[in-house]
Design a protein around this ligand. Structure first.
Ligand code: ZN
Length: 278
């Protein structure tokens, strides 16, 4: 699942490559739009909206794409070899004289009128990296269902848009609660939302979703991806378990010492770690 800061960078790269240029080739390899005649139109801009990408074209059209689990947009110079995957995985090709953007494995490729963009992204909550970021509204939406587990509520793009599984886990650590804690039990939901904004903003121009401030590999996260390794703060082994039910399940990580709240009994690699009492 991509994080909003990654999508922000993809949009910036596409904007840089395409905006202000005329499409020489536009090939959407999805049945609904296979014959859409987009060549000859200028690309106006490419913007992120949460984890969605909106490519606005001359003539009031928008190409809406989403990366979901493993979609990618790559940009190639003229003559450069396309290397993002086999040809059958290509869903979209947008070429100009300066370069070509190739969309691989995109689960969403939808052409709509720019005036109808809200149909695609109108359900999203306040956009963590958007121009109209509204923290109070994000808090209000998060707390509208106070019984929901924090991680699940943070991942629900209708509450606030841009958080993926890395940040959901790391934010729970930073708030000192397990991912299963009810969102209504958070001592300060406003601080959590502010923290989310700070993290995505700090990482919007760099790789790695760094939450510790330490850019070295292996030190970038507090608990995410660290199952069975010591918590950087207290040394207790980090635990992991599956959270949610299919198809929404995902992996949760937490430090049983630094994070209070409910957690499942069945845990993986960290199993057997003694939970310190306090
Ligand atoms: Zn800890």
């Amino acid at each position: 699942m991509p994080e909003g800061d990654s999508v922000f960078r993809v949009a910036a790269r596409l904007h840089e490559a395409l905006a202000g240029r005329v499409l020489t080739t536009a090939d959407l390899r999805v049945p609904a739009h296979a014959t859409a005649g987009l060549a000859g139109r200028q690309v106006l801009e490419v913007i992120p909206r949460g984890k969605h990408l909106l490519t606005r074209l001359e003539g009031g059209l928008t190409l809406h794409t989403h990366l979901r689990m493993d979609g990618r947009w790559e940009v190639y110079r003229p003559g450069e070899r396309w290397a993002g995957g086999p040809a059958w995985q290509i869903r979209a090709v947008l070429a100009t004289e300066a370069g070509t953007a190739v969309g691989y494995r995109l689960p969403v490729v939808e052409l709509l009128r720019t005036a109808d963009e809200e149909r695609a992204v109108g359900h999203l909550g306040p956009d963590l990296l958007g121009p109209g970021w509204d923290p109070a509204e994000a808090v209000r939406r998060l707390l509208a269902h106070p019984g929901r587990p924090v991680a699940e509520a943070l991942l629900d793009q209708r509450n606030l848009a841009g958080i993926g599984n890395v940040y959901a886990n790391e934010l729970c650590f930073l708030a000192g609660v397990t991912p299963w804690t009810a969102v209504g039990e958070l001592p300060r939901a406003d601080r959590l939302v502010e923290r989310a904004r700070q993290l995505l903003d700090a990482n919007r121009l760099r790789e790695g979703h760094i939450t510790t401030g330490d850019t070295r590999r292996g030190y970038r996260h507090w608990v995410y991806g660290r199952a069975g390794r010591p918590c950087p703060r207290c040394g207790t082994l980090v635990l992991t378990a599956t959270q949610g039910t299919a198809p929404q399940e995902r992996v949760a990580f937490w430090c049983p010492y630094c994070q209070r709240g409910p957690a499942p009994e069945a845990v993986r690699p960290g199993t057997g770690a003694r939970r310190p009492t306090r």
